[in-house]
Design a protein around this ligand. Structure first.
Ligand SMILES: Cc1cc2nc3c(=O)[nH]c(=O)nc-3n(C[C@H](O)[C@H](O)[C@H](O)COP(=O)(O)OP(=O)(O)OC[C@H]3O[C@@H](n4cnc5c(N)ncnc54)[C@H](O)[C@@H]3O)c2cc1C
Length: 346
């Protein structure tokens, strides 16, 4: 066996996706050293078609078996590259668990990632959809992303601007299959103004009886809120929010609010647009807590699709389509899935 990578045929992926649906890969390659990527990508099993890079499987839905090889990076280093006393540049291997990284930064006295506590998955996946929660997006703290560029057949380093981060989006989603993220560099300050203005955080800090919160208190508040609101994939299969909040022109957001009193509208990603709440629209269509066999919608959160046991990826996809159709019929808005759908088109 090669010590830097391991190849398995006909690999079971059920425990590698947080929906817990059955799927098999023709090949699974697990890599413990990203410098082996060139060698691995030259293997006959991976040479012709781009592999599916799999992190924690918490943002994808296997609606069918992947037809290509699956590649998992089992790499775990965290290195401080630079420390000028006020800010630190940290390089983190793609395979490091995201929440473990957040806890590590809290221990080191580094700020920035506290609002992103308890998001499942790996550090390598974080820049792909520019993970975000409680008013923070990871792109704000990314210094650079190191990738294996399949077009160049070499390692590249993209600075933050090149990553083109946007709401649940980045260069990596727009040019799929080109970049395999091997590590992420973060620029983390030792001091910054805390992000407390997101719904739920002030109330939670109050319940914790914290008057002057530190960044560790904010992380604790986020962990408490998330543990209450989001179903734990270890208990019930899910991939977090299944739909993105649609971004629409300001005039349309205002019109929708006039027609549908109570529809929450948030800041968009530009002055002339707004984000509208997909959860509210889905709940308004009556889906919250709905169940069809083992495929359902969480009772605690209308955006979260759940696998009550033995739902297939196809059943979950079919439920997601029905939800999107009903939202479209009622609000005239097309909602789109956040997880990557494998083995079927949306
Ligand atoms: C309970 C729950 C709560 C969640 N809450 C949030 C939230 O608050 N905010 C949020 O943004 N997301 C959230 N998510 C979604 C998910 O956790 C994140 O998107 C996470 O970054 C996915 O990481 P992963 O390692 O599981 O990626 P995977 O699901 O394995 O992969 C996701 C995508 O990234 C690609 N990818 C993964 N690793 C790499 C790599 N190294 N190089 C290139 N491509 C790669 C995959 O091919 C796939 O397209 C939640 C999920 C769950 C289950």
């Amino acid at each position: 066996m090669n010590p830097r990578w391991r190849l398995t045929a006909d690999a079971d992926l059920r425990s590698r996706n947080t929906f817990g649906v059955a799927a098999r890969a023709p090949w699974l390659v697990e890599i413990s050293d990203s410098s082996a990527l060139g060698e691995v990508l030259a293997l006959p099993e991976l040479r012709k078609t781009a592999p599916l890079v799999l992190g924690g499987g918490s943002n994808l839905l296997f609606a069918g078996d992947p037809e290509v090889a699956v590649l998992a990076l089992d790499t775990h280093r965290i290195d401080i590259l630079q420390d000028d006393g006020s800010a630190v540049i940290v390089r983190v291997d793609a395979g490091v668990q995201w929440h473990a990284l957040v806890l590590w930064t809290l221990q080191q006295g580094l700020m920035g990632l506290e609002n992103l506590a308890l998001i499942p998955g790996t550090t390598g996946a974080a820049p792909i959809q520019n993970i975000g929660a409680y008013g923070t997006e990871v792109g704000e703290f990314v210094h650079a992303v190191e990738t294996w560029d399949r077009s160049a057949g070499a390692v590249t380093r993209l600075d933050r601007a090149s990553c083109a981060f946007a709401y649940r989006d980045s260069l990596f989603k727009r040019v799929p299959d080109r970049h395999i993220v091997t590590a992420v560099e973060f620029a983390l300050p030792r001091q910054r103004a805390l992000k407390l203005d997101y719904a739920g955080i002030p109330e939670e800090l109050q319940a914790m009886q914290v008057g002057s919160p530190t960044f560790r208190d904010v992380a604790e508040a986020v962990i408490r809120i998330r543990s209450r609101k989001l179903p734990d994939p270890a208990v019930i299969g899910n991939a977090g929010s299944f739909f993105k909040n649609p971004i629409v022109p300001v005039a349309l957001a205002e019109e929708l609010q006039r027609q549908h009193a109570g529809l929450p509208v948030f800041r968009g990603d530009a002055a002339d647009n707004r984000k509208i709440s997909a959860a509210w629209m889905i709940e308004n269509c009556g889906w919250k807590g709905y169940r069809d066999g083992d495929a359902g919608v969480a009772a605690s959160h209308a955006l979260v699709l759940v696998n009550h046991g033995s739902a297939t990826g196809r059943q979950l996809l079919s439920l997601a389509r029905r939800i999107a159709e009903s939202v479209h019929a009622r609000f005239g808005i097309a909602i789109e899935p956040e997880p990557k759908i494998i083995g079927a088109a949306w």
